[in-house]
Design a protein around this ligand. Structure first.
Ligand SMILES: [Zn+2]
Length: 327
């Protein structure tokens, strides 16, 4: 029987990062330089989430999954690595304009790579921050190519002024960039296939412009038109608003009362954004606070969580559910 799993975050120190994981997620940032990404859930080659508490301490997500895929993912588990990757991003500066292929296009180009559909939840937005999501109405691949060549890509991108709590759904094939001033939580298919279309005429740490992937990127741009923040939908559980339901994941915003039940039948991942969450006593795991994340394997019974407000506010969580089509 698997237990609920807490993992050690893996940090990425890209140039566009900042230091807000300390103030917003309660993290101790001990290394110099920017913190761009905090990977909370990953099973991709050498990049592995490692358990940090409880009976499985020190084991990797990949090991635990391979031991018993059905216990982790449910009755419809298929072979292969954990299908999703969850991370926080601190975009102090704008990220490159990019697009990801869908599963079919990724399989044609570089099997066994998967496509990448992703969704973002805005954790923090400074004034004047922005998100680029999709293309302006009427812009086609040809117009996009011309704008990139002319160095005026921004003029054809659809721009959103994001607010904290907004969710943006980016299906594979949608041109996108996370703008400056944002901290977002991102759920995505675990895939490494990114086509960079435009890098704002910048140079990298080595003084050289980073490589663009224009031909592949334009071919992968299968979705035209603008993308708006999702309209959250009520669910049967009054604590839960559904933001995204797609074939790869369901993504929910949760504002629980003092006691909240979740898990059972499908693998779930929780990220605490505010308040405190306590697991049932039997697991002897520490209380969870903002920035902490938890994986609930599909084989667990439903879990009754105790949720309390803290100085940073009423309890608020994100929940990702891995589809278990037969369960
Ligand atoms: Zn992306």
């Amino acid at each position: 029987m698997l237990s609920p799993l807490l993992f050690t975050p893996l940090y990425r120190h890209y140039l566009w990062g900042g230091h807000r994981f300390a103030s917003l997620l309660g993290r101790q940032l001990t290394e110099p330089g920017p913190y761009a990404e905090s990977w909370e859930l990953v099973d991709r080659g050498a990049d592995q989430s490692v358990v940090r508490a409880g009976p499985l301490t020190g084991r990797t997500l990949g090991d635990i999954l391979r031991d018993d895929p059905v216990a982790m993912l449910g009755t419809t588990a298929t072979a292969g690595p954990f299908p999703l990757l969850f991370k926080f991003l601190d975009a102090h500066k704008v990220l490159s304009v990019q697009v990801h292929p869908d599963d079919a296009a990724a399989a044609r180009r570089t099997p066994p790579d998967r496509g990448k559909t992703e969704a973002w939840y805005v954790v923090e937005a400074e004034p004047n921050s922005c998100i680029y999501a999709g293309l302006k109405p009427g812009v086609n691949q040809h117009d996009l190519a011309a704008a990139i060549t002319a160095g005026t890509c921004e003029e054809v991108l659809h721009t959103i002024t994001p607010r904290v709590g907004d969710c943006i759904f980016i299906p594979a094939g949608t041109v996108h960039a996370i703008g400056p001033g944002l901290v977002v939580a991102e759920i995505q298919q675990s895939s490494d296939v990114t086509f960079r279309l435009f890098d704002w005429n910048r140079v990298g740490a080595d003084g050289q412009p980073r490589t663009l992937h224009l031909e592949d990127g334009l071919a992968a741009t299968q979705r035209l038109g603008p993308v708006a923040p999702v309209e959250k939908q009520p669910t049967d559980d009054p604590a839960v608003s559904r933001m995204v339901a797609c074939e790869f994941f369901a993504f929910d915003e949760v504002t629980p009362s003092a006691s909240w039940q979740t898990g059972g039948g499908a693998c779930e991942f929780l990220a605490i954004l505010a308040g405190e969450v306590l697991l049932p006593d039997c697991w002897s795991l520490p209380p969870l606070q903002r920035g902490d994340c938890l994986l609930l394997p599909a084989s667990l019974e439903p879990q009754s969580l105790t949720c309390r407000p803290t100085a940073d506010g009423a309890p608020r969580l994100l929940r990702v559910r891995v589809p278990n089509k037969g369960g």
